[in-house]
Design a protein around this ligand. Structure first.
Ligand code: SF4
Length: 214
């Protein structure tokens, strides 16, 4: 379990006990290492990464999403039988995730994060998935804590980009290549060939989209 403080000079302010929430829902984690496991998703508002293919652009403006108290978020998650919570976004590390993750763990939850790694790491995490984006570089100090590196493959040049980032994570980090959804038909065959030739990587698919669940 990892806990890191908000780094000096980057504290997001005194309101971390309430966070902007775009949506929250109980579903199955569709991608990456924890694929297939039930989890409560909390999608925080706010992102400055700017991926052109982003499928949650409505998350970008944090002010567009009402703030919810940490206690209310924990209570909402606790209404379901699963005890895994995914904090995603947006870019969740634009906020101090410490109070929320500590409260979730105190209530018996495993805390998982999906982050681009572009902002300082805060919070107390059981699983850190870093999915770096070309539009805002990941921080080396976040990559150093990645349990999972998930590269979204949009075109053929992304395989070399994936290797560049694999060189920046610990040797124990799980490595995944995942086709960008709108390019899946085009890129999945190339991705399969790549993983067969470079077997330290694994294929990740957005199975929740194939299952038509959130
Ligand atoms: S980091 Fe995520 S939320 Fe932000 S622009 Fe990229 S895909 Fe969208």
């Amino acid at each position: 379990m990892l806990e890191l403080p908000v780094l000096a000079g980057t504290a997001p302010g005194p309101v971390a006990t309430a966070l902007p929430v775009m949506e929250q829902f109980y579903t199955i984690q569709g991608e990456g290492f924890n694929t297939g496991r039930a989890a409560y998703f909390i999608r925080l508002g706010g992102c400055d990464v700017g991926c052109v293919w982003c499928d949650v652009k409505e998350s970008w403006d944090a002010d567009a999403h009402p703030r919810q108290a940490v206690a209310a978020l924990v209570a909402a998650a606790a209404a379901y039988p699963g005890r895994n919570v995914v904090i995603t976004g947006g870019e969740p590390l634009m906020h101090d995730c410490g109070p929320l993750t500590r409260a979730l763990q105190a209530a018996g939850f495993q805390t998982w994060i999906e982050t681009s790694g572009a902002h300082p790491l805060s919070g107390r995490w059981d699983w850190i998935c870093v999915s770096p984006k070309k539009f805002k570089a990941p921080r080396p100090d976040v990559l150093a804590h990645a349990d999972e590196l998930k590269i979204i493959v949009f075109n053929d040049s992304d395989f070399a980009w994936a290797e560049e980032h694999a060189a920046l994570v610990p040797a124990t980090t799980r490595l995944y290549l995942q086709p960008e959804w709108s390019r899946a038909a085009r890129m999945t065959p190339a991705l399969i060939d790549y993983v067969k030739a470079h077997p330290r990587w694994q294929v990740s698919l957005q199975t929740h989209k194939y299952l038509d669940i959130p």
